[in-house]
Structure formats: C-alpha cells, structure tokens
Design a protein around this ligand. Structure first.
Ligand SMILES: NC(=O)C1=CN([C@@H]2O[C@H](COP(=O)(O)OP(=O)(O)OC[C@H]3O[C@@H](n4cnc5c(N)ncnc54)[C@H](OP(=O)(O)O)[C@@H]3O)[C@@H](O)[C@H]2O)C=CC1
Ligand SMILES: O=C(O)[C@@H]1CCC=N1
Length: 282
C-alpha cells in the first residue's frame, strides 16, 4: 500500500458511472493498494460492471446509484456533464453532509453540484486525465468551503494514487486546467500522430516512427520535470543549433503560428467548459 493510500485505508470510495475516467482512477487505486472490496461502482448498462467484476472479483457493483452513495465516504461523480443532473436525482434525498462528493465532470460548477446534492454537501471539483490509468495522471482540484481538511487530504490521496494532483484556489481556473491537462493528452496524441505520419511519409517504418516519437515525447516531458529551474524555452534552444535542422523545423512551425493555434485551442476548450456548465445547470 502506498503512503497516500494509507490515508484512505479505512475509507470507502464510490463511483457513479463506470466509464473511461472511473475505470482509470479505480484501477490506479487498486494498484496502489486500496482493497477492491472498499470500492463501490454503479453504471447504467451492465457490460462495464461485468468487466470490472471479472478483473477485480471483490469490487462491489450495482445499477443503483443510491446504493453506492449509501455505502461510501467519498463518491466520485464520473458521468458526462450532460447527465449529471439525472444521475444525481437518484440520491438527492440522501443526507450527504458527512460524505464528500468529488465530480470529475468538465465544466460542472460546485454551485450546480450543491444545487443537485444539497447545499450542505462537501463538494470537490476535480479534473483528472486518462494517463491516470497508468499512474501518470495530472489532476487539478478545487474544494467548496464545506470540505474538511481530512476530506481534502483524502481527495489528494485518491488522485496522487494515479499520478500528481494540484489544488487551485479559484474555481474559474478549473476550466483552464481542463484545457491544459484534462483534454491535454489528446493534444499531445494529435501532435504525435502527426509526427508519426510525417515520419512514415518520409520513409520510416511505422513501428520505428511510433517508437521514436513516443520515446522523444517521454524524454522531452522528463527533461521539463527534472529541470524545474530551467525555462522550457531554454531546453528548446539547447536543441536548436544555429542554421541547423531544428531551426528549420521550428521556423516552419512558427511561420504557421503553432503557439497562436495552441492558444486558440485552449480558449475553445475553456469556452466549451462554460457551455457545459450552463447545460448541467438547466
Ligand atoms: N475521458 C477523459 O479523458 C476525461 C473525462 N472527464 C470527465 O469524466 C466524465 C466521464 O467521462 P468518460 O469516463 O470519458 O465517459 P464515459 O462515457 O466513458 O463514462 C460515463 C459512464 O457513465 C455511465 N452512466 C450514464 N448515465 C448514468 C447514470 N444515470 N447513472 C450511472 N451511470 C451512468 C455510462 O454508462 P453506459 O455504460 O450505459 O454508457 C458510462 O459508463 C465526464 O464528465 C468527463 O467530463 C474528465 C477528465 C478526463
Ligand atoms: O472531452 C471532454 O469533455 C473530457 C473532459 C476532459 C477530457 N475529456
């Protein structure tokens, strides 16, 4: 059992929805040492619950969302923002004031969650990402003022079990976190898909292009993490010999305005987050 999971060892953790994100987080929790019998999961359809039961025979599965909430201390709301209201209606009559609700839904605000779950409910808004499945998740967290220190620590423990977690103290920033790290893996995947395809078009075997692209992305990310005092721009300049091959590539990326394109993409994500907030609040 990892140190952070020890904090959770007496707690029961529930998931409403057994989709991609729930499976990533609960898989990481079990791998870190949380017993599967401490985890409760509900889902609308049967297939995903059956698959979880096959993988983790002692996990508790049900179609009844209220049963999950009744049995746990921490309940992760892992359904799409558009159906948050429907899913929460199943347990809105339960007293959640001694539990902690942790939403992973993009956009949905603490205010909306408190409307759906009761004004006294401690609510954390989280934004994890799919690398949580392999222990490389990045999660942003924001708590409303009902969340106790113990609940904050336990929430950190849940997400630290599947990667790194960072608290923000302004809820508006959660839409930016969503743009940067929640959706982020897809941005890097698109970039890597483009690099692999470019390599193939220029003659590399597909497997070679894929391996080189993945190891390069991993190496670049590790250099940024291991040189926290160094500007990322300096790491870039260290690769870029004057008049060399990198300068030729970067000139092309800048000519086509890559930094502006990325900024517009992040702005589009933030805007969509606010639209999802409105949908969930209706
Ligand atoms: N995917 C990602 O990279 C990330 C997603 N998120 C957030 O996570 C949330 C879930 O996304 P994701 O896991 O990708 O989506 P999925 O569609 O994979 O999972 C959602 C699950 O919710 C289940 N469900 C639907 N309605 C209900 C209900 N009324 N009660 C119980 N379960 C229900 C669905 O069941 P069924 O089997 O019937 O479809 C499905 O398994 C979203 O809010 C998203 O914003 C956050 C960060 C990253
Ligand atoms: O695309 C989405 O809306 C979700 C939230 C972040 C990643 N996936």
């Amino acid at each position: 059992m990892t140190e952070s999971i020890e904090l959770l060892s007496k707690a029961k953790v529930g998931f409403i929805g057994a989709g991609n994100m729930a499976a990533s987080i609960l898989g990481g929790l079990i791998q870190s040492g949380l017993p599967a019998e401490s985890i409760y999961v509900s889902n609308r359809s049967a297939g995903k619950l059956d698959a979880l039961k096959e993988k983790y025979p002692t996990i508790n599965t049900t179609h009844d969302n209220a049963e999950v909430v009744n049995n746990v201390d921490y309940v992760l709301l892992a359904v799409k923002p558009q159906i948050m209201s429907t899913a929460c209606a199943d347990f809105r009559d339960l007293d959640l004031s001694n539990k902690c609700a942790i939403s992973v839904a993009a956009g949905v605000t603490c205010e909306t969650l408190n409307k759906l779950l009761g004004a006294d409910t401690p609510v954390v808004r989280s934004m994890p990402n799919t690398p949580s499945l392999i222990g490389y998740g990045a999660t942003g967290l924001y708590a409303n003022d009902k969340v106790s220190e113990q609940q904050r620590d336990a929430t950190s423990a849940i997400f630290d079990a599947v990667g790194k977690s960072i608290w923000v103290d302004n809820e508006d920033l959660m839409d930016v976190v969503t743009a940067v790290s929640g959706s982020g893996p897809a941005h890097y995947f698109l970039f890597m898909e483009s690099v692999v395809q470019g390599g193939i078009d220029l003659g590399l075997p597909e497997e070679t292009a894929r391996e080189l692209a993945a190891q390069t992305a991993l190496g670049a990310a590790a250099m940024v993490q291991q040189n926290s005092e160094t500007e990322i721009g300096q790491l870039r300049r260290n690769v870029t010999s004057p008049g060399g091959t990198t300068a030729a590539a970067l000139d092309t990326l800048n000519e086509h305005k890559l930094p502006e394109i990325v900024k517009k993409a992040l702005e589009a994500s933030v805007k969509r987050g606010k639209e999802l907030a409105d949908i969930a609040n209706q």
